[in-house]
Each structure stands twice: as structure tokens, then as C-alpha cells.
Design a protein around this ligand. Structure first.
Ligand code: GLU
Length: 313
């Protein structure tokens, strides 16, 4: 066991304790009304190392709405179905724009900049809907999460899904706009319904860190030995998380944290330290780019203390 592993337990606990008591917590998302009810004082952190050892602190066993973190997993599934043909419908460049921007989509003739902005993730979801009833497509996504996390209790928070559906006017605009360029194949309502519901999957930090282990270990869960994607695909998904995972805050996240990661407006961030660890952090208050304020600060502290930044210690 390395020096870092020996200390990891205290590092994680110290960070969680410090974050729990900080007064600057960011602002909880309110544009999805149900998310506004979440307690901003929550904070959870889980790190799972290469041996499968779990280090947790704070509210790491409290379920939260994973929101856009689900996009990492729908991207994994869609690449499994259509492979590189996906890139005819979605780009791979950072957007430098807010997660729900409409302007860029018009300039780029309905082809979203990357799979993690809302428009791109809706296009990816559409791939999963093709040839299925929406309910089946959604079932497949939830079962994939349960399989990855080895936890059949993972499910959807239907109140959050309904809340987003009621107020998802911008996402509806994005989807309709893409439909006009034939980027969306299915009925807009079907694709959006599946999108809203997979964003509303509820998971704990522990479940999320468990689910994402394949990305930290060249596409395979090192404990079970089961391969989820090829090493090349894992590397590419990680590259997209690094460059696009935090919307117009992606540069800042790389600068401060230095890990591939994906955030969600529920306040979660999933990140990986290649070959070393799978990490999930949750603090509901967001910064101005819609990324968890304390989640990012916690990860910055973690990479400083472990030397895990992919850019050097
Ligand atoms: N469901 C959210 C939306 O479409 C996801 C945004 C996010 O988590 O960044 O607005």
C-alpha cells in the first residue's frame, strides 16, 4: 500500500469535515423546481482506489439527482450501439458556452458541439431511443447503472423528472431545433422524456464512484475483471470529460483540479484519476457555470494532497 493509500482515509474525512462547515456553499439550482428543495448543507465524498477500497466522508450515502453526470453513461451506451458514427451527429469540441445555450446550435446548423452540453446529450439519448419504446430505452439505461454499480436499488426520482418535464422549455427548444436538421430521429417528446428521466436518476457518491470505475481503469472494473468498453474508448470518454465535462467552467476545472470529470446541476461531480481512483463528490450549491462550488474545491484539495492531477504533482 502506498503512502497516499495509507493517508487516503484521513484525507477524505478531513476534506469532508472542512467542506461541511464552510459558509460559502454556492446556489442550489432552481430552474428545475424540485432541485431547489435540496438542503445546501449536504456534502458527500467517496474515493474508490484501484484495489476497490472505499474511502468516504460526509453524506456519501445520501442519494442525489445525478443530472448531467448521467451523460457519461448514456454516451458509453450510445458509442456501444453506433460506434464512431455517433460523431456525425455530435461534435467533440469544448463549447465555451453555457450548458443550455441555443445560439451556438444555430450557428452550427443543429449539430451540437459535444455530447455533454444539453443539446449534445439529447442527440445521444435519441440514439438510445431509436428502435425502442421510450420505457425500454430508459430501462436499459437504469439497468446499466445498476450493473456498473453492482446495486439493484438505483432508480429514478420521478418527482425530479416530472419537475424538469414541466419546466424544460429550453431543452424542448433545443430538441425541436435539432429535429428540424434531422439530428433527432425520434419523436421529440419521446427523446426528451427519456433524457429528463435519465437526468433524474438518483445515486449516492458511493454508488456513482463504483459505477464509474471502468473509466479509471482502461475500460474495465479491476475488481470483477469485467470489461465495459475498450481501453481506447475509455481514454476517449475521459478526454471528453476533461475538455467538456464542466461546460464553460471546463478550463477552470482542468486548471484547478486536473482530472477528467463530469458535473451535474444536482451538485454532483464524478471524476477519475487514471489508474488510481474513481471519485464522486456532492454538494448541491453551484457556481455561475452550474458546477458544484464546494465539489470543485474539495476535488482541488484532494488532487493537491494526493498528487493525482494528470498534469503533474
Ligand atoms: N437535466 C438538466 C438540464 O437538462 C441537466 C443539466 C446539468 O446537469 O448540467 O438542464
Amino acid at each position: 500500500m502506498s503512502r497516499v493509500d495509507n493517508n487516503l482515509s484521513s484525507i477524505v474525512e478531513e476534506i469532508a469535515d472542512e467542506m461541511k462547515s464552510r459558509p460559502d456553499r454556492g446556489d442550489v439550482a432552481t430552474y428545475i423546481p424540485e432541485l431547489a428543495n435540496v438542503d445546501p448543507d449536504c456534502f458527500g465524498l467517496t474515493v474508490i482506489d484501484a484495489h476497490g477500497e472505499v474511502f468516504s466522508g460526509g453524506d456519501s450515502d445520501m442519494a442525489f439527482s445525478i443530472q448531467s453526470i448521467s451523460k457519461v453513461f448514456t454516451l458509453t451506451l450510445a458509442l456501444g450501439i453506433v460506434g464512431d458514427r455517433l460523431w456525425r451527429r455530435v461534435g467533440r469540441e469544448p463549447s465555451g458556452n453555457p450548458f443550455n445555450s441555443i445560439v451556438q446550435l444555430e450557428m452550427e446548423r443543429g449539430v451540437p458541439r459535444n455530447p455533454f452540453i444539453n443539446a449534445g446529450a439529447i442527440a445521444v439519448t435519441d440514439v438510445l431511443v431509436s428502435g425502442h419504446q421510450p420505457r425500454e430505452a430508459l430501462g436499459q439505461i437504469v439497468r446499466f447503472m445498476q450493473f456498473l454499480a453492482d446495486d439493484a436499488s438505483i432508480g429514478i426520482d420521478h418527482a425530479v423528472a416530472a419537475s424538469e418535464k414541466r419546466t424544460g422549455f429550453r431543452n424542448t427548444a433545443l430538441a425541436n431545433y435539432m429535429k428540424s436538421f434531422d439530428v433527432i430521429e425520434n419523436l421529440v417528446d419521446f427523446t426528451l422524456g427519456v433524457y429528463f428521466h435519465h437526468c433524474a436518476i438518483a445515486m449516492t457518491c458511493r454508488q456513482l464512484a463504483m459505477a464509474g470505475r471502468y473509466l479509471a481503469h482502461s475500460g474495465r472494473n479491476p475488481t470483477t475483471g469485467l470489461s465495459v468498453v475498450s481501453p481506447e474508448r475509455a481514454r476517449r470518454i475521459n478526454a471528453l470529460m476533461l475538455t467538456c465535462g464542466h461546460y464553460d467552467g471546463s478550463g477552470e476545472f482542468a486548471y484547478r483540479v486536473g482530472l477528467p470529470g463530469k458535473s451535474g446541476v444536482g451538485g454532483g461531480i464524478f471524476a477519475i484519476a487514471p489508474g488510481k481512483a474513481s471519485i464522486a463528490v456532492w454538494s448541491p450549491g453551484l457556481d455561475k457555470s452550474g458546477n458544484s462550488h464546494l465539489g470543485r474545491i474539495a476535488l482541488e484539495k484532494l488532487t493537491k494532497r494526493t498528487g493525482w492531477s494528470i498534469f503533474g504533482a
